[in-house]
Design a protein around this ligand. Structure first.
Ligand code: ZN
Length: 295
């Protein structure tokens, strides 16, 4: 979708509200309180009132846009910008593009990333899955990169097609790389019974004892260039994305950027379809409080 087409289809509040309504209630309105289908449309306040229980709801209530004071057309433009380019868009760029304060744009971006992560968390990978650990962090004072106390650890999994091409990717910030975090990551991202391929690190054997077909091999770039091949490429792309655009990330903020990276990666073959999927993700995400937002 071009910017011109976007502005034609989503330039007004009414267009955005109608579109969001269809995403949220594809089979027609359903009262969030009692499930009734008939409603009064209170147009002056953009509310829908249930004819059975009188509960009033809006198209944004209970989503990441709950009680927003920012027009929907600006939210839609932010979603369009975040879904359009594989490098994403910074909060600063978005604040300038849609004409809101930096903090408003930052908070919108974080909420949209939260919706992306929530959406991907509903899917579990299966078949053959590569898994690895990595460390994110900016260069230390000496300019060298490597494992260090200030680095943030993350687990990474990439599922493969039968002919060895990457399908889906997930990444999770963990406090430490150990058996417990590896198992928890596997259980939240990979279906039991799948084959999980890892390096020789001693944190992985627990997967083999918990319903996964574990294939562990010491990683050596010279001898086994295919082992964990795609995972290493995905990690390196994620680092380029994060270090090229954003700096000084840790903890919950890093997690949201990883969610954004994986969200787009997982939909990279959809030509022109990511925006509409992202609106759906935001409509179904559930709301997030300011406290949760800042971690
Ligand atoms: Zn009702």
């Amino acid at each position: 979708m071009t910017l011109m087409e976007f502005q034609r289809d989503f330039g007004t509040e009414e267009q955005c509200r109608e579109y969001l309504f269809k995403k949220r209630w594809p089979d027609g309105f359903k009262c969030p309180k009692c499930g009734h289908a008939k409603y009064f449309n209170i147009k002056s306040r953009s509310l829908y009132q249930c004819k059975a229980c009188n509960h009033q709801t809006s198209v944004t209530s209970g989503t990441i846009m709950d009680k927003t004071r920012t027009p929907l057309s600006k939210w839609f433009m932010a979603m369009f910008l975040l879904s359009g380019d594989k490098r994403g868009a910074s909060a600063l760029a978005i604040s300038k593009s849609i004409g809101v304060a930096y903090f408003t744009a930052w908070s919108m971006c974080q909420k949209i990333r939260h919706a992306m992560g929530t959406r991907d968390a509903t899917h579990k990978m299966d078949g053959i899955v590569e898994m690895d650990e990595t460390f994110f962090g900016s260069a230390d004072e000496g300019g060298k990169r490597g494992r260090g106390a200030e680095k943030t650890a993350a687990m990474v999994s990439v599922s493969l097609t039968a002919d060895g091409k990457p399908r889906f990717a997930r990444m999770k910030v963990v406090g430490a790389v150990n058996g417990a975090s590896a198992l928890s990551f596997a259980e939240s991202t990979v279906a039991k019974g799948s084959e999980i391929r890892t390096d020789g690190l001693n944190v992985y054997p627990v997967l083999g004892r918990n319903g996964y077909n574990l294939v562990q091999k010491k990683y050596s770039p010279e001898k086994q260039s295919k082992h964990l091949h795609w995972t290493h490429i995905v990690i390196s792309n994620a680092k380029a994305f994060i270090e090229g655009t954003f700096h000084g990330l840790d903890g919950i903020h890093l997690q949201r950027y990883l969610d954004e990276f994986c969200y787009r990666f997982n939909r990279r073959w959809l030509t022109g379809g990511v925006f509409s999927q992202l609106v759906l993700a935001c409509a179904l995400s559930g709301k997030i409080t300011y406290h949760e937002l800042i971690g």
